[in-house]
Design a protein. Structure first.
Length: 353
């Protein structure tokens, strides 16, 4: 089976052993080293490590003073963790539909959702490509709103040459993120020194020295890891072009994709429906994933939630269609050229190409 995800952390062994021998397992010098390296990678002055991506979003919103009565506008095409972190503050959530070419919030849809109670625009950078920060950042500034970026999957992605997570307050996950992963952990990035100080005071759940030790060597190799993903994505896109019913993902002008995931769309005229293709590819030895199979507010835990105004799936037609069609294929650095050729061949054959 060709796995959809593979992470090589063998080069972290020496630093992990060093931490174990030091006797310091809670936050210490290795976490500080990790934060410095992460800030450089994210293009910001400060990076504050926390225990998870959910904690990163929650800490960022809390540090900005968000609370009951405030509103956050975000995407319906995201993980439950994003929504849970917002709800933890007591704020109300509003949703804006996405665009089909980048799976991220449509700035025009965001603008239509702004009310006097709105305090934060929270775009999600899905699958490794930044949302349209060229429109979202000015929109936030125009209305006096905070921009908080859910960059959980977008370490290494750029917009107009600037790193995702550096336009506002960046929130990263080190478990959801497969480019640099520590198993558990999250990071908040900012250029605001006062906000960084508040974040350090607020973080109840901190990253351990062991998790930081796993992450430091990956950050040292970040350029290499990103180059491999980009090379693999190009090979997949070339090989899959023209497959009936399949749309390959686009790297939009002015944006550099990190390829956290390589996500195609399986349209209504494909030989197999998306879920049928998942089963067929598994039989053929190719693992796939579906992110996300439903809109975030449609999970049982969020239905009729008092902080989520009544919404319908039909209110977000683009996001709804993407949940029905999206499929992630293997793109990680451990893939050989033969693996990539196999993925292309099996997908094309399964769809009658």
């Amino acid at each position: 089976m060709i796995p959809v995800t593979a992470v090589d952390v063998r080069d972290a062994e020496s630093l992990v052993v060093e931490v174990l021998r030091s006797g310091t397992l809670t936050q210490g010098p290795v976490v500080a080293r990790f934060e410095d390296a992460f800030a450089r990678a994210a293009g910001t002055a400060h990076a504050v490590a926390v225990s998870s991506g959910t904690a990163a979003v929650a800490a960022a919103l809390e540090a900005l003073g968000l609370g009951p009565g405030d509103e956050v506008i975000t995407s319906p095409f995201t993980s439950a963790a994003t929504l849970a972190a917002i709800l933890r503050t007591g704020a109300t959530v509003r949703f804006a539909d996405i665009t089909r070419d980048d799976f991220a919030v449509d700035p025009d849809a965001v603008a239509a959702e702004i009310t006097p109670e709105t305090r934060v625009i929270l775009p999600v950078h899905p699958h490794g490509q930044a949302a349209d920060l060229g429109k979202l950042a000015p929109l936030a500034e125009e209305h006096g709103l905070h921009l908080v970026e859910d960059a959980a999957q977008a370490l290494g992605a750029t917009f107009a040459g600037r790193a995702a997570g550096s336009f506002g307050v960046g929130c990263f996950s080190l478990s959801a993120n497969k480019i640099v992963t520590t198993g558990e952990g999250g990071v908040v990035t900012t250029d605001d020194a006062a906000l960084a100080d508040r974040l350090r005071l607020l973080r109840d759940h901190r990253m351990s020295e062991l998790h930081a030790a796993v992450g430091v060597p990956q950050l040292d190799r970040l350029d290499e890891l990103l180059a491999a993903r980009r090379r693999n994505a190009r090979q997949l896109s070339v090989g899959l072009a023209g497959t009936p019913g399949l749309t390959v993902p686009a790297e939009l002008p002015g944006r550099e994709h990190a390829w956290h995931r390589y996500s195609v769309l399986i349209g209504p005229h494909a030989m197999l429906a998306r879920d049928e293709l998942v089963a067929e590819l598994a039989q053929r030895g190719v693992e796939t994933e579906v992110h996300h199979p439903k809109l975030v507010f449609d999970h049982d835990r969020f239905r009729e939630h008092p902080q989520i105004p009544a919404v319908s799936r039909q209110d977000f037609p683009v996001a709804l269609k993407v949940t029905e069609e999206v499929l992630s294929l293997p793109v990680h650095p451990a893939l050989s050229e033969a693996d990539l050729d196999t993925v292309v061949r099996e997908v094309r054959e399964a769809l009658g190409a």
